[in-house]
Design a protein around this ligand. Structure first.
Ligand code: FAD
Ligand code: SF4
Ligand code: SF4
Length: 607
């Protein structure tokens, strides 16, 4: 985008959008939760402009302008995805849709709710508290946006009972790259195309969700079993017996060991386990009869605790701080044979994998394999990272498909979408986005910097060779780079900086972000700034001053996915900055005044 184009787009939208141009602020829009050290070398991850439109009209003008001028657009929600789907690949504009955060209409009679794309699942459930209604299913990233979950996964808590997200939506309002807005109903053929296609065809503006009567009771139970095989047999028998839980989740002994480490006590037994939630007393009674002869039931307080933890699946449980994850949808009967091979390979490669799995239907499991390492130990990190596609490839041999695509799973796109569906997607992309402006160079195919020289490694034939190489070499390199087990003596701020998994939950509750809509005041971004400072980089005063726009209310601490000591970290960071360049007293005063006069802030406080 040259300067002329930038000037034109600014003139076009005037005050109806906020434009973000600062170097540091744009850099904040170049990341997602995945930690891929070489991403910046392959792609133009830093956008040229970030635009926060304030109305649908402004959004339409930007989209039409981008379409006419062939400027790439990268829409984003709360950035809790991690495969690069939200990260820019080429020069262009990031569309920050934060303003589209209104609940449009509740229809009590039909039990539906219409919401704008950036409304978070937590906000809907909070709104419904007094309405005797609830969501049917939601992602364990409860603070992510409706549009984001439509565009990515669609399987989460409650999927066992209610199925994929597409069955819980009545209609979507979509803005196409031409600027045209259409309502697409669930009966229409095109409807399903917007789920899991990561914003390739159009921008989700609103969704009308089907609700359910408020859940009267939550009756969770954790059952210990002797092995993964026993656990999956238990699950299959439950399904056969037609027991009716809302949700079923498998977790392995390694996962429960981490929970114990986190709690500092050996509360959970180190066994594989199945977690279920019922809401009817008679169904619970039937289940207890069924479970008692097959496994061993955990105490109620432990079952309740681990059920609550469903919303914190990425909590660092005391090991290394950086998670590497592989997510696959696998036929239920193949989960155990696959996990057996995974165990053999990862042990050879010095990786400690732990496994969780949502059961998302009578015959399907969403497996999540996680390995904790430390991005500050680059050799070990890179070696272990190279094993993630190996585990994905292996899963495919067991009939699995990768869950998301983004950038990093592009080599598997033909495995994820069967031939006929991919053909339909490609034809539809050509029809609705012929200039390829929406989230280009990901999902279907990748194009890297420098005339796509490295893009060739994303082509399936070469990629397969690289995977074979990684399978052969990782055990050797894994041993050579075997990371230290030593405990690092860190300050509270350092721990927070390196343990933040960038899930973004904190943004949803931060009053400073609510009133300023400044990306730089979001806790995870303050930690990013702190990381740069700790690593000796210079930060302009205008950027570091934003750290002080904070009430120390501790809301971020309450929801932190990783239970980080955030308020203490803010004090440490502010002291560090105060020593360097003083406190920006004027900016702090203005911030307090803005808060006090903000209706939204007071609504938030009372809520
Ligand atoms: C702790 C944790 C738990 C998680 N649990 C689950 C889970 O249970 N199930 C699950 O499926 N995933 C889960 N995820 C992954 C992630 O949270 C989901 O994919 C999430 O719903 C994405 O929403 P988001 O608002 O963060 O979207 P983003 O990450 O911001 O965006 C994701 C994709 O959607 C596109 N997009 C965003 N908004 C729009 C729009 N309005 N129109 C078109 N395209 C758009 C973006 O371009 C990008 O490609 C989890 C992640 C974390 C960190
Ligand atoms: S303590 Fe500061 S960063 Fe955390 S939620 Fe409150 S205002 Fe936001
Ligand atoms: S600070 Fe906590 S809640 Fe915020 S992004 Fe990091 S891990 Fe998530």
């Amino acid at each position: 985008m040259d300067e002329k184009l930038k000037t034109r787009v600014k003139a076009l939208i005037g005050d109806d959008a906020k434009i973000i141009e600062g170097d540091f602020e744009r850099e904040l829009y170049s990341r997602d939760i995945g930690e891929v050290p070489f991403a910046k070398r392959l792609f133009h991850t830093i956008p040229e402009l970030v635009i926060q439109p304030k109305s649908v009209d402004a959004l339409k003008k930007i989209v039409q302008f981008a379409n006419e001028e062939k400027v790439a657009l990268f829409p984003r929600g709360s950035v809790s995805s991690g495969l690069g789907g939200v990260v820019p690949t080429v020069k262009g504009i990031v569309l920050d849709l934060a303003f589209m955060n209104k609940i449009v209409e509740l229809n009590r009679e039909k039990e539906t709710i219409k919401v704008q794309t950036s409304v978070r699942w937590s906000e809907i459930e909070n709104f419904l508290k007094t309405e005797n209604l609830s969501l049917r299913a939601y992602p364990s990233s409860f603070f992510s946006t409706v549009g984001g979950w439509i565009a990515t996964g669609g399987y989460g808590i409650g999927s066992y009972r209610f199925g994929h997200l597409k069955y819980q939506i009545e209609s979507l309002e979509i803005m196409f790259p031409s600027g045209e807005v259409k309502t697409i109903h669930s009966e229409e053929e095109a409807f399903a195309r917007f789920f899991g296609t990561e914003g390739q065809f159009g921008l989700v503006l609103t969704a009308t969700l089907k609700l359910r009567e408020k859940q009267k009771k939550s009756l969770p139970h954790l059952v210990y079993l002797e092995s993964a095989e026993d656990a999956f047999n238990f699950i299959r028998s439950m399904i056969k017996e037609e027991l009716k839980p809302n949700h079923i989740k498998y977790m392995d002994a390694a996962h429960l060991r981490e929970v114990n480490t986190f709690l500092g006590e050996d509360l959970f037994r180190l066994k594989d386990a199945v977690l279920v939630e019922f809401e009817e007393d008679d169904e619970e009674t039937r289940f207890l009869g069924f479970a008692q002869s097959r496994g061993s039931l955990a105490e109620d307080y432990l079952s309740n605790y681990i059920w609550h933890e469903r919303l914190f699946p990425m909590k660092r449980r005391g090991g290394k701080p950086t998670p590497l994850a592989c997510e696959l949808l696998i036929p239920l009967e193949n989960a155990v044979p696959y996990l057996k091979v995974v165990k053999r390979i990862t042990e050879r490669c010095w990786m400690k994998i732990h496994v969780e799995s949502h059961i998302v239907g009578k015959d399907k499991a969403l497996l999540m394999l996680t390995h904790l390492c430390d991005v500050r130990e680059p050799k070990a990190y890179l070696v272990h990272m190279s094993l993630i596609p190996v585990l994905t490839r292996l899963g495919i041999k067991f009939g699995a498909v990768p869950y998301g695509v983004g950038i990093w799973n592009v080599p598997f796109i033909k495995d994820k979408c069967e031939k006929a569906r991919l053909k339909i997607y490609k034809a539809y992309k050509k029809e609705v986005d012929p200039r390829n402006i929406l989230n280009p160079h990901k999902f279907f195919a990748v194009k890297t910097k420098m005339a796509n020289i490295l893009g060739i490694t994303f082509k399936p034939p070469l990629f397969r060779i690289l995977i074979h190489l990684a399978t052969l070499t990782t055990p050797i390199f894994g041993k050579l780079t075997n990371p230290s087990e030593e405990f690092k003596d860190e300050s509270v701020l350092e721990t927070a900086v390196y343990s933040c998994i960038k899930c973004g939950s904190c943004a949803a509750v931060c009053p400073a972000y609510l009133v300023t809509s400044e990306e730089a005041v979001i806790p995870k971004n303050k930690l990013y700034l702190a990381k740069k400072l700790l690593e000796g980089e210079e930060i302009a005063k205008k950027d570091s001053d934003k750290v002080f726009l904070c009430t120390h209310c501790g809301m971020c601490r309450e929801v932190c996915q990783n239970d980080l000591e955030l308020v203490a970290a803010w004090t440490e960071l502010e002291e560090m900055l105060e020593d360097r360049s003083g406190r920006p007293e004027g900016a702090i005063r203005d911030f307090v005044l803005t808060m006090e006069s903000s209706e939204e802030y007071w609504r938030f406080v009372y809520a």
